[in-house]
Structure formats: structure tokens, C-alpha cells
Design a protein around this ligand. Structure first.
Ligand code: THU
Length: 130
């Protein structure tokens, strides 16, 4: 599964984003080590603080189906442009896969760039000892 395919899938689910308050739909496509893809969109709420980001929806869908090892995630906005995950999502990513790559499309340079979760959230909080 290459970056462009995941990007296309993340763009496709933007239409399912429930974001009437921000009007800022976000799509995420998560590739697991087992080769499956889980898609997510942001889901907002009248009680704004209950909003959940697209990245966490994709991760929680995957974890709730038995997946815990992730290779990469592509995140897109309405233009297909990449956006960096919020701090809360970085912590959730760090729980499962510090080596996962966050792949973002740069429309100006027409290229994909990647950062590992451990680069985006160095010195993360963890109770796990491995
Ligand atoms: N959002 C995401 O889905 N992912 C991010 O990484 C940042 C923000 C959503 C939350 C909210 O629905 C909207 O974007 C505006 O903040």
C-alpha cells in the first residue's frame, strides 16, 4: 500500500466527517502491520470538548478489532494537504507504535514527507516497561 493510495482513501472518507462547528473536515488512513487499512474522520459534538480527531477514530477502530501495530498514517484536510496531528493524538499513537510514520502530502512541492511518532513526540509519557 503506497502513500498515494492511502492518501486517496483518506480523502474519500472526508465526506463522512461530522464537523458542523469547525467546518474543518479531517481524514486519516491507518496502515497496520498486518496490511489492513482503517479509516477515520473527525467527529464533533455540541459539547465541543467531546470532539474526537480523525486520527484517534482510525486508531480506536483498529485497536478495537485486535490491531496494535501500525506502520503509517496519512492525514488530510479538504484540499488533500497534510496536517500535523494534535498533541493528544500523538500521545495515543505513542501508546502503540513509536516507529509509525506520519505521512503528509505537500501540495506545493507535490511530495509526501514522513515523520516517525517518536520524532513528533519525543520523551513521551509511558507506564509501559519494555
Ligand atoms: N482535528 C483532527 O481531526 N485532527 C487533528 O490532528 C487536528 C484537529 C479536528 C478536530 C476538530 O473537529 C477540527 O479538526 C478542528 O480543530
Amino acid at each position: 500500500m503506497d502513500n498515494r493510495e492511502l492518501w486517496e482513501m483518506a480523502k474519500k472518507v472526508l465526506k463522512f466527517s461530522y464537523s458542523p462547528y469547525s467546518n474543518f473536515p479531517v481524514g486519516a488512513a491507518l496502515l497496520t502491520k498486518s496490511g489492513k487499512v482503517y479509516l477515520g474522520t473527525n467527529i464533533e459534538n455540541s459539547s465541543y470538548g467531546l470532539t474526537i480527531c480523525a486520527e484517534r477514530v482510525a486508531i480506536f477502530k483498529a485497536v478495537s478489532e485486535g490491531e496494535r501495530e501500525f506502520l503509517k498514517m496519512v492525514i488530510v484536510d479538504r484540499e488533500g494537504e497534510g496536517l500535523f496531528p494534535c498533541g493528544g493524538c500523538r500521545q495515543v499513537m505513542a501508546e502503540f507504535s513509536l516507529d509509525m510514520e506520519i505521512v503528509l502530502y505537500d501540495s506545493i512541492k507535490n511530495e509526501f514527507n514522513a515523520w516517525k511518532v517518536k520524532e513528533l513526540l519525543p520523551l513521551n509519557f509511558s507506564l509501559r516497561r519494555e
